[in-house]
Structures are given as C-alpha cells and as structure tokens.
Design a protein around this ligand. Structure first.
Ligand code: LER
Ligand code: MN
Length: 278
C-alpha cells in the first residue's frame, strides 16, 4: 500500500487557485487541502481544475477564529461555529473531499473563558451536531489537537481520542499534526500507534513547520507507525513560515520558499523514507 500525499494550500497565500493545482500536479501530489473559507472558492472551478491536474481534494482545513469557537460560553458564538462547520461539510461534499478538520476552540485560545468542564461539553455537543450533518453528506470530520501555545483544550492525540469517544459518531475521527506533536507528545510514533483506526488524517511538517528535512523531526518512526496501523488517509503537508503570525510574513512578501521549493522538497523527502520502509 502506498501513501497518498496532499499539500495544504493555506500557505499558497494570495495565489490563484489554478497556479496552486498546476504546481501540485507537476510535483506528483495526489491531492490538495483547501482552506475552510467557502466564500473563497468557485466549486465548479475547483472540480474542473483539480480533475485537469489529476488531483483530488483530500480535505478541508477549517479556520477557527474568535467568532467560530465551538466551546465558547456564548451560545450565539457556538451556534455560529456549528453553522460554520456545517457549511465546510457542504463545501467538502461539493468538491468531493472525504474529510474536514475541526478543532474544539478558536485558534490561539490558550485558556478557558468560563468553566473548563462546560467548554469541553459544548465542544463535544457542537462537534456531534456538525458531525451528524457531515455524516448525512457522506463526509468525515477529524478532531485536530494543537500545541499548548495555540489551544488549551486538546494538545495530544489521547485527548482528541477522548473527545471523539464522547462524540460517539462513526464518521468522526482524530488527526495528528507533527508540528504540534513535536511539542506536546512524548513519542509521536507511539501516539500514532495508540490512535489506530481513529486516526483518519495527518498534517506533516518538520519541527520548524517548514518542509520535512529542514528541521530535527525524525520522520522514519512516524512513517513506520503509520504503516503499522495501515493508515490509508492522506499525508498532508501543512507548512507555515516561522512566526506566530505567518500570514503577516507572507503579506510582507516573505515565505516564497513555501511555494515551489518546499512543495517539491516535501514530497520527495517523505517518499524517499516511504520507499525505505519494508
Ligand atoms: C491547523 O491545521 C493547525 O495545525 C493550526 O496550527 C492552526 O493553523
Ligand atoms: Mn494542522
């Protein structure tokens, strides 16, 4: 079994969609991960251009900001967040993406606003409501754990698995991101092994969030554990410039290496490791 590869177009900041898919086709990718901003896409164009370049939409990376917070004490904010995830699920169904990503609280919310227990319960309820809707569209939802500097609620895969168990839906799984795992897992490969079938998506980045091979993460045991659990989802590179405000860097014209250079380098580096695994 061979892994399928995709690249999160989040880092192709400001780029025309046609250029992004052309690049991914050229470097041998199987898919593209889209940014969860439904208004930013013309779905028929997405279907046409991905097909033209032999690509699938692997997944959709939802964006959770202060207005889209599933665990927020304010009911109106929670409802907005649930409606947002439902809209992303509709987008997935439109473009043929099997999976959408969800996180329980807004990105960079590093502490509770009210009671931790209540916020957890609301996040579970929100993911269940959105997950049921996604299921009716034939779409899976995976819960992503972020490192401690980006979220207080889920920092490791075992915590994401506990939340998934409470949600209790067959189409809801969990996902890892090796950038976050490098910070908060004691053993990334073991965390993957422990996740087993529940792991339905993964983001790959090196320790510096740049292309694999540019930092100090050892991808050999990570790929070996994915093989051991017979992981059949996409390996999606999610790379970002080295700043807490990566898009600010890109607005100032930085991060050009994340376009051609890292797109080419990432898949080549990980495929070399894959080929060495027996
Ligand atoms: C999203 O997949 C992620 O990993 C977070 O760091 C938010 O960008
Ligand atoms: Mn990620």
């Amino acid at each position: 079994m061979m892994f399928k590869y995709s690249y999160n177009s989040l880092v192709y900041y400001g780029e025309d969609f046609a250029r992004s898919v052309e690049r991914l086709g050229r470097f041998g990718y199987d898919g593209i991960e889209l940014v969860g901003e439904p208004s930013g896409y013309d779905y028929s164009e997405v279907r046409r251009l991905t097909a033209d370049h032999g690509l699938k939409v692997s997944s959709i990376c939802s964006i959770f900001n202060a207005q889209r917070d599933l665990g927020h004490p304010d009911k109106a904010v929670r409802m907005q967040a649930v409606n947002y995830v439902k809209e992303v699920a509709e987008m997935a169904a439109e473009v043929g993406a099997p999976t959408i990503i969800a996180a329980p609280v807004a990105n960079m919310r590093i502490r509770e606003l009210g009671s931790r227990e209540e916020e957890w319960k609301w996040a579970v309820e929100g993911i269940r409501t959105a997950g049921e809707y996604a299921s009716s569209l034939g779409v899976s939802l995976c819960i992503e754990a972020w490192n401690r500097f980006e979220s207080y609620m889920l920092n490791r895969l075992d915590q994401a698995a506990a939340m998934r168990a409470e949600v209790g839906l067959a189409n809801v799984g969990i996902m890892g991101d090796t950038f976050h795992m490098n910070i908060d897992e004691s053993d990334a490969a073991e965390a993957i092994r422990q996740s087993g079938d529940a792991l339905i998506h993964i983001h790959l980045a090196d320790s510096n969030r740049a292309a694999p091979g540019t930092g100090h993460t050892d991808f050999v045991p990570i790929l070996r554990s994915l093989k051991e659990i017979r992981y059949d989802g996409y390996l999606t590179f999610e790379l970002l410039p080295a700043a807490a405000d990566p898009f600010g860097v890109m607005e100032r014209g930085g991060g050009r290496e994340f376009f051609d250079r890292y797109t080419e380098q990432s898949i080549a580096y990980i495929k070399r490791i894959e080929a060495q695994l027996s």
